[in-house]
Design a protein around this ligand. Structure first.
Ligand code: SIN
Length: 537
């Protein structure tokens, strides 16, 4: 996450006296989210400094020694430490060493050296290692889920789902690796035979965010399948999941130096710059904001690196008058409120036809009132916290701005003054001309806009610089094909709010970036195509 992470990592590690008081006296909690629905509120411990150690069945997956370079755990220059906070209770989950630009250079050198032999392994050998990683991830899925929930806050059931999803990229790319065919191309010139080989790109840099486990595996599995070596910059908010995956790679027999992890919070911009400028790196794959993507693209231009960017979205979700409203509500719940609204493919603007607007907003609000918000490890919790305080403040700004422009709060609308970083799941009706039009909220805020015609809905949906995902619900088959083709996005969910799986090409258009992850196309993004023209035949 490079530059953006540094801003995001500016957590307040101690809570204000007012916040502590509110945690003790839950009567201070807004009425619209009564304690019966916030399971964890009364059970929250005070945000004391250090959390109790996470109890894992396989303690080897909890790594505190540092990053991973050349098959060894290392603190590198050990330039101080940074704290990782559990966003569900505000406690310090652990402390990790700060690594530096010099440590990053060393990791790149090591990856460059390891490339010499790794690129010569056969696709079948690499597929066997990927399948082994899948197997170890599956055997340790409960521990991996506990780590995700501790550092990201999502409910355990969702974290378990993320591990299954994350592991699936290893079996998927094991299958793709052995079918990474080249071509024999008819020649226009007599006596010449043209053919292509798919080859690794070289040392690749990976920087991601949002999904602590599955975003790492979506990139890493494809990179390894194609025969590349990698240097990953772990997000400062969720480094433990990345370290656990590195340990699993080691246990699965990935040779030393093929997978490397650098840790830092304070040097994030400089480490990011190094990954963009280091001439030994030939590809950078980044998931994060459009703003940071533009910075990285400039920085990488000096060495003309191959880039894959999965950047910000502003997904429209259109509910037509002929939609099955109950299915559309379920679609919004799945899409808008997944990970409490913190995925790049979450709906940001929900466009609802005038004729069904009131009915739909009531149905949605009724469903949202049933959410159980709290610490993800607790039983019955359906929705967890946001990743840090700045994320909570951004949702509040979006709500306040929309309300000042005439939107009505149907449910929610406020941050929760409890330990951890919580915002009430919120539905706003009659949203218009406000910050949400153009900015991703990245939080549990469903903003409902009105429209009257299909043309108007499509125009509103496309009226944004970005184009990652778009969704709509309709029972009209002709409209389904028409609107799917008209939406300016990389991925469309028609009558579904869930699109992600290893088999699909994940990625955007416009300022949402370029490149595809997952699917058969995902492997191609990590390979070079080489032409061999054989003459004199
Ligand atoms: C993302 O937020 O980038 C990923 C979400 C997903 O894979 O569905």
């Amino acid at each position: 996450m490079l530059r953006v992470c540094i801003a995001q990592s500016a957590r307040s590690l101690t809570r204000s006296p007012a916040t502590r008081l509110a945690a003790r006296f839950p009567a201070a909690i807004p009425r619209s989210l009564a304690p019966s629905r916030i399971i964890s509120t009364q059970q929250h411990r005070m945000a004391s400094n250090k959390a109790a150690p996470l109890k894992l069945k396989n303690p080897s997956l909890w790594i505190e020694k540092g990053g991973f370079v050349n098959g060894k755990w290392t603190a590198g220059a050990n330039d101080g430490t940074f704290e990782v906070i559990n966003p569900g209770n505000g406690q310090v989950l652990g402390t990790l060493p700060e690594m530096t630009v010099e440590d990053t250079k060393e990791a790149v050198k090591v990856a460059h050296e390891a490339l010499k032999s790794w690129r010569k392994t056969t696709e079948t050998e690499r597929a066997a290692i990927l399948n082994k990683i899948f197997q170890i991830m599956t055997e340790n899925s409960e521990d991996l889920a506990q780590i995700i929930t501790a550092e990201n806050g999502k409910p355990l059931a969702d974290a378990r789902g993320e591990v299954t999803y994350g592991a699936s990229y290893f079996t998927w790319f094991a299958g793709e690796a052995v079918r990474n065919y080249g071509d024999v191309i008819p020649s226009a010139v007599k006596g010449v035979q043209n053919m292509t080989l798919k080859q690794p790109i070289g040392v690749c840099a990976i920087s991601e965010c949002c999904f602590p486990n599955a975003m790492v595996t979506r990139k890493l599995a494809a990179a390894l399948a194609a025969g590349n070596t990698v240097v990953m910059k772990a997000p400062a908010e969720t480094p433990y999941s990345v370290l656990a995956i590195a340990e699993i790679c080691r246990q699965a027999g990935v040779p030393d130096g093929v997978v490397n992890v650098v840790l830092t919070q304070k040097h994030t911009p400089d480490v990011g710059k190094e990954l963009c400028e280091n001439p030994l790196i030939h590809k950078l794959s980044f998931t994060g904001s459009t703003r940071v993507g533009k910075i990285l693209m400039k920085q990488a231009s000096g060495t003309l690196k191959k880039l894959s960017f999965e950047l910000g979205g502003n997904a429209p979700f259109i509910v037509f008058e002929d939609a099955d409203l109950d299915k559309a509500v379920n679609g919004v719940i799945a899409c808008k409120f997944r990970q409490s609204g913190q995925t790049c493919v979450c709906a940001n603007r929900i466009l609802v036809h005038d004729a069904v607007f009131d009915k739909f907003s009531q149905k949605l609000a009724d469903a949202v009132r049933k959410f159980k918000v709290g610490e993800g490890v607790k039983d019955g919790i359906t929705h967890g916290p946001l990743i840090h305080e700045a994320a909570v403040n951004k949702v509040q700004q979006h709500v306040d701005d929309a309300v000042s422009k005439g939107a009505k709060v149907v449910v929610g609308g406020k941050k929760l003054d409890v330990p951890g970083y919580f915002f009430e799941p919120t539905v706003l009706a009659d949203v218009q001309s406000c910050a949400i039009d153009n900015e991703e909220t990245f939080g549990p805020l469903a903003a409902l806009y009105r429209f009257k015609t299909e043309e108007e809905a499509v125009e509103m949906a496309n009226n944004t610089e970005v184009g990652l995902a778009g969704y709509f619900f309709t029972e009209n088959i002709a409209r389904l094909y028409r609107v799917a083709a008209a939406l300016e996005v990389g991925m469309v969910g028609a009558n579904t709010g869930v699109i992600s799986q290893a088999a699909i090409p994940f990625g955007g258009i416009k300022e949402s970036g370029f490149g595809r992850e997952g699917s058969k196309y995902g492997l191609q993004d990590w390979t070079n195509i080489k032409l061999i023209a054989v003459g004199g035949l």
